[in-house]
Design a protein. Sequence first.
Length: 222
Amino acid sequence: MGYAFDDLKGACHHDWRAYIEHDFVRQLGAGTLEAGAFRHYLKQDYLFLIHFSRAYALAAYKSRSLTDLRHAHAGLKTILDVELQLHIDFCRDWGIDEAELAALPEAKATLAYTRYVLDTGNRGDLLDLHVALAPCLVGYGEIAQWLAAQSFTVRGEANPYDAWIAMYAGDDFQAAMRDEIAWLNGRLAEVTPRRFEELATVFRDATRLEIDFWQMGLDRAD
Ligand SMILES: Cc1ncc(CN)c(N)n1
């Protein structure tokens, strides 16, 4: 019997829950997150998304079939057209203009996560790269679903972070998440137990780096 995406989550259940249910996420859902922490996160996430766009471009380069090339292209389009564009709008609403974004120094958590994904993609094959990218795309989609199910989550104008939640709960992002899971399920069905262990390590490490990214936001760490 082959593997599926849920087996990657199962292989690092504790880290996955710590990422999805992080204090940053809880405070954001409740609308109690300090504005300075969100602003710090937003700025670093702008840099993060630029490097993640590069990682999707690397996925396109590594594709051996038109199907894989289209899949990588769709991921790149979601980041560039949906997420990054809305992100720039958010930043403007939060008093951060594009000139400030262009001059930002990268925090260590941003450097570590983005370069880990790019290095994993360069060293490994297309599946390694997509597994390293999965906590990003699938994780935020799942976070939006998890927040929707929590009684402490405040939606609408009473929550200053409502637009952020809406972006990840929205149809475009949720559809991109489902596509990524379907692609991964197709590939994971064919891997050996030994290969699965390698991929589980990549997935766990990327998930741990997501946790560090939330913590960087809360601590406003450089
Ligand atoms: C750190 C991080 N991880 C994931 C996402 C969702 N693409 C994001 N915007 N930023």
